[in-house]
Design a protein around this ligand. Structure first.
Ligand code: HEM
Length: 804
């Protein structure tokens, strides 16, 4: 496999996702080979093959470096005398939809050769990428049927083909499609065919060797060998095939030879490129490939959502099948702090895709990750039905995922050429690096003979907005994208150069017309991420030599205060020095966290107002909670030996050591036993419901390590339904998605993280509650507030009425 992500990724997907789930539809008009999508007698597969030849043929080598070749210059040469007929325009118009900064027109024309030949049953023509598009038309120079054999020889020599290769490539080109009456009446007289096309062999839509065997047998109907073309001296296939006394065509009379010769010579044809172009290796399908991976900051800002798909190539799985994919990820600093759900996620099969020679299955990823610990990379293990498994680690690199800058697709929107983009930037970068929006967008060219739109680049500086937990939102807008606005590709970039973090190549077509408001946590929760594995500091590194300095007076070391542990502060008393839990991802206090320079015990206490416990750690971290994690143990006070970054006379814990305080007031202890709670006023329990991949309740999400039914009910104030899930998640909605069914109460078996006497659903199960007196307008389904209308346009589509 190539190392992911890779510059070839876009073209690899267009090349191999031919049919089925997530097909890129590039073969739309050339599969099957007989497809005549542009009209009767116009075989699109043949048109694509010819288009690549015509683009390439104008190359120059004029005693110096090679120029032109397959460089997309055809888009500027539609009206050239070289390019008679509508085929070049239709071909390029189709391909223009796939034109991006990662897929040049020249590469798409080359890929079109692979597609058309394979669709017609021909060999695999290896396809390498990296072609650069010309900015203007090249010189004329496509061989024309009236040329002499000598001229053909010179023209092909200019292209880099010797005589034998010339004969081979013409034979390989002319095995599909035909000559058209309207374009070449001196070869095919007007009215002499049924559909305007005279095929060059008896199998117009099969890539086979009949074009040479029928020629050799003398029973060919190829209009460029027999018929009126002879008198008009336009019998160019005869002139070419016969130039070496038919030696080369006879050698191609074996089907296997024909096939392998064509693979070689057509590859050579699409690899005629300017000297400065460096092609990649031929693109092979990945065995395992992450596709469309996207990280998004979830509402509430405490978790990230990793979504996307893993594509597994199944071509060689004889008699076996891939059952599941296990994704194992590393936290932001490469460790294993992944929160309560652990560092793994298992996905099961969603769909299947076919290439010409390959098959694939897909595994959807939808994984919630604590924002505090984040993600940096993952590995993938494919589990087979037979019980075997194989782990893929991206050639030893792991599959990288950055969580420094995230494009917030839900908060971004595109409407009538105006793009509003929101990015979430991690607070340790916020303010220290420039944050930019890069757009790559297309504008159509007014000239009808210019089928390919212009690709433009724009960079807009993003404006810093609100802090949401560990991230800060940045926004930027861009107007006037025009009719092709949906084809825009969007990058959000924090920093510059090699070290920049980027969330790149996002499709504008994935963005809705409405920017969804983010459920932001209170500004007081704005903080920087904590290093989950801080280096253990030695006491020497915190040796303090405090000095008290007053402006205008002499420095007095005698006035220095030695740091000491404060036994009480406000309504709190010192518990002592406590360890962080050994459980991966767990924190001694899991209610809220803050990290900043200038930490003092007093400011941490203020941050944690409303909590029973708080504590400081590593000189600059502050944690709050109502419960102390069971595996946090009390150690000797001198292990909490780091002074506070904002007050060198106070101690603020140490690495993995919490300077822990507890309220002097009562801490309510849970009374009673774990049981289903029928009412949580003003809500009534309606049962244990199944969760859906798209969520059963879609109105709001409020995860918390202090979750209780009461907390969720108050979070969901104003909603008809609330549901708790997996002990610590809370969802709200005006209705339950109809696809979610009630299940056994026993499935909702997880106690709430914040109250062990209450149930908070289970794994993919919601403890569901409904308002006792729901407002009359709400029901199980949302009430439509507008009368449905026929939508005149859904760009880029226009409504065409209702058809039978
Ligand atoms: C001496 C060189 C060549 C000459 C003079 C020549 C000439 C022609 C002509 C006059 C047509 C009819 C076009 C139409 O009516 O639409 C044609 C069709 C075609 N040519 Fe060539 N050609 C040459 C080489 C090649 C090569 C090297 C290839 C590709 C490898 C190629 C691929 C095709 C294909 C696929 C068609 C059928 C197009 C269709 O059905 O729309 N040709 N050629």
């Amino acid at each position: 496999d190539p190392t992911w992500p890779n510059q070839i990724d876009e073209l690899e997907e267009i090349m191999y996702q031919v049919q089925g789930y997530r097909s890129r539809q590039f073969g739309g008009t050339v599969i099957p080979c007989s497809s005549q999508a542009s009209g009767p007698g116009r075989h699109n597969a043949a048109e694509w093959l010819r288009a690549a030849f015509h683009d390439m043929a104008t190359t120059t080598i004029a005693g110096g470096p090679r120029r032109g070749g397959l460089d997309g210059s055809l888009q500027f040469e539609i009206t050239s005398s070289d390019n008679i007929g509508p085929a070049f325009n239709t071909t390029l118009k189709f391909m223009a939809d796939y034109y991006t900064s990662r897929s040049s027109i020249a590469d798409l024309l080359a890929l079109g050769v692979y597609y058309s030949v394979r669709s017609c049953g021909g060999p695999v023509v290896p396809f390498a990428s990296g072609r650069i598009d010309a900015k203007q038309a090249g010189p004329i120079g496509v061989p024309l049927p009236q040329n002499t054999a000598f001229t053909f020889g010179q023209q092909f020599q200019r292209m880099g083909f010797d005589q034998t290769e010339m004969i081979q490539v013409v034979a390989c080109g002319h095995t599909i499609g035909g000559v058209h009456e309207n374009e070449f009446p001196q070869i095919v007289p007007i009215g002499s065919t049924e559909n305007g096309e005279a095929p060059m062999d008896s199998t117009v839509a099969v890539f086979d060797n009949k074009v040479v065997t029928e020629y050799i047998a003398g029973n060919t109907t190829n209009p460029m060998v027999v018929g009126p073309s002879i008198r008009a001296t336009r019998n160019s296939d005869f002139k070419v095939f016969n130039v070496d006394g038919n030696v080369t065509v006879r050698a191609m009379a074996e089907p296997e030879t024909f096939s392998s010769v064509c693979a070689t010579v057509l590859r050579k044809m699409i690899e005629v490129v300017p000297d400065e172009v460096v092609l990649t290796d031929p693109i092979q399908p990945y065995a395992v490939k992450p596709v469309d991976m996207q990280l998004t900051l979830n509402p509430g800002a405490t978790t990230l959502q990793l979504s996307g798909l893993i594509r597994v190539r199944t071509t060689n799985f004889a008699g076996d099948s891939a059952e599941s994919v296990l994704l194992t990820y590393k936290d932001r600093s490469g460790g294993n702090n992944c929160g309560t759900r652990g560092c793994t996620y298992t996905a099961t099969v969603l769909g299947a895709t076919q290439g010409f020679d390959d098959t694939f299955v897909w595994f959807p990823i939808n994984l919630e990750i604590p924002a505090s610990s984040g993600i940096s990379s993952f590995t993938l293990t494919v589990n087979m039905a037979s019980g075997t498994s194989e782990t893929y680690d991206n050639n030893g690199n792991s599959y990288p995922i950055q969580d420094a800058i995230l494009m917030q697709k839900p908060q971004s929107c595109l409407l009538q050429g105006k793009l509003d983009i929101v990015a979430a930037v991690r607070n340790d970068l916020n303010g220290s690096v420039p944050v930019n929006l890069h757009l790559s967008y297309k504008t159509p060219v007014a000239d009808p003979n210019r089928p390919v739109p212009t690709l433009n680049d724009e960079t807009v500086e993003m404006t810093r907005g609100n802090c949401v937990g560990l991230y800060t939102f940045y926004t930027a807008s861009y107007e006037g994208l025009g009719d092709l606005d949906y084809a825009t590709k969007i990058d959000v970039v924090a920093g510059t150069g090699e070290s920049a973090s980027r969330d790149a190549f996002n499709a504008a077509s994935d963005i809705g017309a409405n920017c969804v408001t983010f459920d932001a946590p209170p500004p007081s929760l704005c903080s920087r991420p904590v290093d989950p594995d801080p280096p253990v500091e030695t006491s020497t590194s915190v040796t303090v030599t405090p000095t008290v300095t007053s402006p205008g007076t002499m420095t007095s070391t005698a006035a220095a205060e030695t740091p000491y542990h404060r036994p009480t502060l406000g309504n709190f008393t010192l518990v002592g020095c406590n360890t962080e839990p050994t459980v991966a991802g767990a924190r001694a206090l899991a209610g809220a966290s803050y990290v900043y320079d200038g930490m003092t015990l007093e400011s941490c206490m203020t941050n944690c107002t409303g909590f029973y416990y708080w504590g400081t750690e590593y000189g600059r971290e502050c944690y709050c909670g109502n419960k102390l994690h069971a595996s946090s143990t009390n150690v000797t006070l001198d292990e909490c030996n780091m002074v506070c970054s904002g007050d060198e006379t106070e101690y603020c814990g140490a690495g993995d050591r919490l300077e822990l305080y507890v309220t002097t007031g009562p801490i309510p202890t849970p009374t009673g036993t774990l049981a289903i709670k029928p009412t949580v006023t003003p809500y009534l329990r309606v049962g244990c419901y199944e969760e859906l991949p798209s969520r059963a309740l879609t109105g709001g999400v409020f995860p918390s390590n202090e979750m209780t039914l009461e907390l969720c009910a108050s979070n969901c104030d104003g909603f008809t339904y609330f549901g708790t899930e997996y002990g610590r998640e809370c969802y709200c909605g005006q209705f339950i998605d109809a696809r979610s069914n009630v299940t056994d109460d026993a499935d909702c078996n997880m106690p709430c993280a914040g109250d062990e006497t209450e149930y908070c659903g289970g794994s993919d199960r919601l403890e569901m509650y409904r308002l006792i007196n729901p407002p009359t307008s709400t029901s199980m389904m949302p009430t439509p507030t507008v009368v449905p209308t026929h939508k005149p346009t859904v760009p880029p589509y226009a409504f065409q009425g209702c058809w039978n």
